[in-house]
Write a protein that binds this ligand. Structure first.
Ligand code: ZN
Ligand code: ZN
Length: 860
């Protein structure tokens, strides 16, 4: 069971390590496990989208705000406001005027129009707070007016690309202008529902699943959890029965509503009922909201954005008005039986009436004042039609308390009642009836589940719901996974709980420019000219690998040749030609070549004329100067196709390469080889010999080298003796020329005698002329070919062992190095070193290892 649950929380494809750039980050700054102060952050591929900037209706001041301190708002590219409700939009002026936010803000046209009035109204009554004296105003009217022009209004079904982020608003039902946003970042499609409704109501276009779009992540509200609404017709019937019951008993019906949105729908229902029921026409329907009056023009303007019902009503009313000669008046929002009430002072409270008053949560203001006035009379009734946020009076009254605290009347009756202590809460008895009929225009549990299943996103994130409701919906959705091949991941993060969801995508790069001219590989075995031979096919494939510069622009990747960068990527390229001059007085051209070959393998001799002319071009030198440089005695070698070594008479050496990370490294190695060659014993020998014959070095004399140095030394030659002589070259450079191959295997009985003999020889040699003795031992090829056969007598075991070593590619069992009066022996099979001096032993070991590294694949 535990394993099963663990599987449920696994993110898509977490078997392999995830590149952090493939992760989607989701963070609730508000609206996580709560309804109120909606605010979510999405981050993907370096792009940041913020969804909504709400305020919590149950709290005040800073505590009503989303946790803006938990995220660096300056990184937000785009902020999308789903609709004008306080819990989704009311902290926007704060974000724009008091934080380091510098992105762009989008909402639909109707949302923007209503938002303007709504914020202005809320700021005047104190940012939605109660009448508490300690309230902190989060922003001023001026902040709102200053930041309002920053908001960009967009139309439904239009796609906008901002900093590589594509956004498209879709109708969400709920309230006028409410949008679901489709957000596309680097091919990842994210859908944010905001508050949404799929119910056919009297004026709004209900939300539908965008067609032919595969959504990867669905962020959806979960206000009603899994509970289901009573069908609309029944609900309307029950609402009207409840209202008429109150009126019939001579009471007043109070409908606390949010000024805009659902109130308009309720007015349409009431007006229609009054038209059909003349017996109630003498009872007034009041609508107390100056804000709604201001916004009526917005509703009239956006009739075209509403559903067919309202459009039909519009046509009918317009025709009626025209017939009556009243052109310009009427329309669906011109109610027959609804009276607008400017303020309570003008309200003649004499008998039965229907009162729609804001705010919807009964926290303060007109609706609260009327509640406190009407609550003690049992004939009166309160009808809750919206979603009641946790912690508000609207939520509290539904539990039918015996008394409610007086908030508005305390201010009015400043004088204390007899016996009342200072600061004591005045309580008002509640005898009126309380009923609830949801017209909140949020999807219910069933509608939400159907929508989620229809969208079929592999990842679903639940927001905008109380914890209990959210958890119930989550487990319901997880239970659907049992029937699915690809189970959906369901998340319900709390505020400030960061989600990281990996979305691995294939990285595709477009090949452009010169590289595009290289034909792509054909299907296997069908290529023209390909042989049956497998090795040949592999070789062909090898040829089809193209290399170039990968350029990423937003999320598009292109592969191009470096020379195409300017044309295809708009980038400027620069080539840096590096040159290093050095004078090698001891080493000649052949030794340099030999040493370079020893380290880098085969090197190319460069046609000096052509290369010198190229060099002239680069330098802009005069042609005469170039001619001067082109000397027959100058030789040039190209190492690894990128570093050119010019050897000029008089030991002038120039190393030239095009500067880049790889070439610089190779050039460094070339320079190191050149310096070491200068100090190697072979060079010293050569220079001393040259010196003994003439004081002016000449190329012809420089060729008098030991016989093994005259031979080319390319890596292509894999004979054991060649590889051994390369190792000699390395050891010589470090320890001089007293290096002798050991002819006997390590376990040979003849070894001790041979060592004694070598010691005697060394003593002898010390009395001879140094250079001549060195010549004898340094001439590796001679030593190897001669093999001192006369002196070496091999037993049958020795022969067998030597055969085994030769089979492994090991030419001699070991080497004896004499250095500074010490003897070190290197056994080539395992590269172990024997030496009495620990210091020398370590040094020999390091040099041998480095030598083997350089002459790669020495024994293998
Ligand atoms: Zn809403
Ligand atoms: Zn909401």
């Amino acid at each position: 069971m535990a394993a099963k649950r663990k599987h449920g929380t696994m993110a898509p494809g977490d078997d392999e390590p995830v590149d952090p750039s493939d992760e989607l980050m989701f963070l609730c700054l508000g609206g996580g496990n709560e309804v109120g102060r909606s605010c979510h952050i999405i981050q993907y591929k370096g792009k940041t989208v913020m969804l909504d900037a709400g305020m919590h209706p149950a709290y005040e001041g800073l505590s009503a705000m989303p946790f803006y301190d938990e995220f660096d708002l300056s990184t937000v590219d785009v902020l999308l406001i789903s609709h004008f409700h306080v819990d989704h939009a009311a902290s926007l002026p704060y974000v724009l005027s008091k934080t380091n936010f510098k992105g762009r803000v989008f909402m639909t046209h109707p949302t923007k129009a209503i938002y303007k009035w709504l914020i202005q109204d809320s700021v005047r009554v104190g940012n939605m707070s109660s009448s508490s004296e300690t309230k902190v105003q989060m922003y001023t009217e001026q902040d709102h007016l200053n930041t309002f022009p920053q908001i960009e209004a967009i139309d439904f079904h239009t796609t906008h690309t901002i900093a590589g982020i594509r956004i498209t608003p879709y109708p969400a039902g709920h309230v006028l202008g409410a949008a679901m946003f489709l957000i596309e970042i680097a091919g990842l499609k994210i859908m944010f529902t905001g508050d949404y409704s799929r119910e056919e109501d009297r004026h709004l276009v209900s939300a539908s699943v965008p067609e032919n779009i595969k959504i990867d992540v669905l962020i959806t509200e979960s206000t009603f959890g899994i509970s289901t609404h009573v069908p609309r017709v029944q609900r309307e019937h029950a609402l009207m029965k409840s209202i008429t019951d109150i009126l019939n008993r001579g009471g007043r019906a109070l409908l606390p509503v949010f000024a805009l949105g659902r109130a308009q729908e309720l007015l349409l229902i009431l007006d229609e009922y009054w038209v059909k029921h003349p017996e109630y026409q003498k009872i007034p329907i009041y609508y107390n909201s100056s804000l709604a009056r201001k916004c009526m023009i917005v509703y009239q303007t956006y009739v075209s954005a509403m559903n067919d019902n309202i459009k039909r009503l519009f046509r009918e009313r317009m025709a009626e008005a025209e017939a009556a000669g009243d052109v310009g008046k009427g329309g669906p929002w011109d109610f027959r039986f609804v009276r607008s009430l400017k303020s309570l002072e003008r309200f003649d409270d004499v008998g039965g009436c229907v009162m729609l008053a804001s705010p919807g949560m009964l926290q303060s203001g007109t609706s609260r004042e009327l509640l406190e006035r009407w609550a003690p009379d049992p004939r009166n009734g309160v009808i809750i039609t919206g979603y009641s946020v946790e912690g508000t009076m609207a939520k509290q009254i539904m539990h039918e308390p015996d008394a409610i605290p007086a908030v508005t009347t305390r201010a009015a009756n400043a004088a204390r009642r007899p016996g009342q202590r200072e600061g004591e809460q005045i309580m008002i008895p509640r005898r009126c009836t309380v009923q609830e009929f949801s017209f909140a225009a949020h999807v219910d549990g069933t509608e939400n589940q159907e929508f989620i299943e229809e969208v079929a996103a592999p990842v679903v994130i639940l927001v905008h719901g109380e914890k209990g409701n959210m958890t119930r919906l989550k487990s319901k959705l997880l239970s659907f996974n049992a029937h699915k091949a690809q189970p959906a991941k369901i998340f319900s993060p709390a505020n400030c709980e960061e989600l990281r969801i990996p979305f691995r995508q294939d990285k595709v790069a477009k090949v452009v420019g010169k590289l595009a001219q290289i034909p792509p590989p054909g299907p296997r075995g069908k290529r023209a000219g390909s042989s049956e031979d497998g090795a040949q096919t592999d070789d062909d494939e090898h040829h089809n690998i193209i290399t170039g510069v990968l350029v990423q622009n937003d999320f598009k990747m292109s592969l191009m040749a470096p020379e195409d960068l300017r044309e295809y990527a708009g980038l400027t390229t620069t080539t840096i030609l590096c040159r290093q001059h050095l004078t090698l007085s001891a080493a000649g051209v052949d030794l340099i070549r030999w040493a370079l070959e020893g380290t880098f393998g085969a090197i190319k001799e460069v046609n000096i004329k052509a290369d010198a002319l190229n060099g002239k071009e680069v330098n802009g030198d005069h042609s005469e100067a170039a001619d001067e440089e082109v000397d027959r005695s100058t030789k040039a070698f190209k190492v690894m196709d990128c570093v050119t070594v010019y050897c000029r008479p008089g030991g002038e050496v120039e190393v030239q390469w095009e500067g880049n990370m790889v070439n610089d490294g190779i050039a460094d190695a070339v320079l190191a080889v050149l310096f070491s060659v200068e100090s190697s014993p072979a060079a010293v020998r050569q220079s001393s010999r040259t010196h003994s014959h003439s004081h002016t070095p000449s190329p012809t004399k420089q060729t008098t080298l030991p016989s093994h140095l005259k031979q080319p030394n390319p890596h292509a030659t894999t004979s054991p003796s060649t590889r051994l002589s390369r190792l000699f070259m390395f050891l010589e450079a470090q320890f001089g020329s007293s290096i002798t191959p050991i002819p006997y295997p390590r376990n040979s009985a003849s070894l001790e005698a041979w060592f004694t003999q070598q010691n005697a020889k060394a003593v002898e040699a010390s009395f001879e002329h140094g250079t001549e003795a060195a010549k004898d031992t340094a001439d590796i090829s001679e030593a190897l070919t001669a093999d001192d056969k006369a002196e070496v007598e091999l037993s049958s075991e020795d022969k067998a062992e030597l055969k085994r070593l030769h089979g492994l590619g090991i030419p001699v069992p070991g080497l004896e190095i004499r250095f500074d009066g010490h003897v070190a022996r290197v056994w080539l099979e395992d590269l172990s070193v024997e030496c009495k001096s620990a210091v020398l032993r370590e040094r020999v070991r390091v040099v041998v290892e480095r030598g083997i590294e350089t002459i790669s694949g020495l024994w293998s």
